[in-house]
Design a protein around this ligand. Structure first.
Ligand code: PEP
Length: 251
């Protein structure tokens, strides 16, 4: 059984104080939820403080990116080892905003994913097609390339620390959600591709999250799809009540 995972990507929002306040509010709203793994991803500067606030709760901490080297002359970068040190259990890698604005490629996604796993973090590896790619019927080939490149060389054992997030770029922050059928179609494609590349037991066990305008109103339908194992949530994760409602989708 794949335990559902709901992760909130807070992007470039919230001061340390705002992040801690939100965490404290969220904690009480989700404290009875034992069936879902709940993860929040604040900005780097808030990680330590939010980590302290998660103590004794069922909320886990993620960073939004990492570098692949452990340490060295790499001004401005943060390594997986330091994310662990700050209290992270997860790290988001290859988010479409990083691919679009910061030159992330499948090769850097691959290096970061391997480094995160080696440091003991769980890597949430994002893939997804743009609107132009969908409209020119390239969705599956784009996803295949991203999975091939981003996850190249991973062993079955390493996959215990990998979560894939399918995030169609046209659905991120736009209010346009992929329909349940559109999402399921890509999720099963990813699972079958993983089976071909890495074996059936990897494909059966790996969790594949959907991301793109997930809200309290649409989460239940998406989570009802057989190959959707959770959600990566942006905008609707910034308020404790809406994020809690998403994590409590089982009612
Ligand atoms: C995201 O940033 O990963 C995301 C899915 O954003 P939103 O939920 O706002 O579309």
């Amino acid at each position: 059984m794949r335990k559902p995972l709901i992760a909130g990507n807070w992007k470039l929002f919230k001061t340390i104080g705002e992040a801690v306040d939100m965490l404290n509010e969220l904690k009480s709203l989700v404290s009875n939820n034992k069936e879902v793994e709940i993860v929040v991803a604040p900005v780097f500067t808030a990680l330590s403080s939010v980590s302290a606030a998660t103590a004794g709760s069922n909320i886990r901490l993620s960073a939004q990116d990492c570098y692949w080297e452990e340490e060295g002359a790499f001004t401005g970068e943060v390594s997986p080892k330091l994310l662990k040190d700050a209290g992270c259990s997860h790290v988001i890698i290859g988010h479409s905003e990083r691919r679009q604005y910061f030159g992330e490629t499948d090769l850097t996604v691959n290096k970061k994913t391997k480094a995160a796993i080696a440091a003991g973090l769980n890597a949430i590896v994002c893939v997804g097609e743009s609107l132009a790619e969908r409209e020119s019927e390239q969705t599956f080939s784009v996803i295949e390339t991203q999975i091939h490149g981003g996850l190249a060389g991973l062993s079955e054992k390493m996959f215990a620390q990998v979560i894939v997030a399918y995030e169609p770029v046209w659905a991120i922050g736009t209010g346009k959600t992929a329909s349940e059928d559109q999402a399921q179609e890509v999720h099963i494609f990813i699972r079958q591709l993983l089976a071909r590349l890495f074996g059936k037991s990897v494909a059966d066990a790996v969790r594949i999250l959907y991301g793109g305008s997930v809200k309290p109103e649409n989460v239940k339908g998406l989570m009802g799809q057989p190959d959707i194992d959770g959600a990566l949530v942006g905008g609707a994760s910034l308020k404790a009540d809406s994020f809690a409602a998403i994590t409590n989708f089982k009612g």
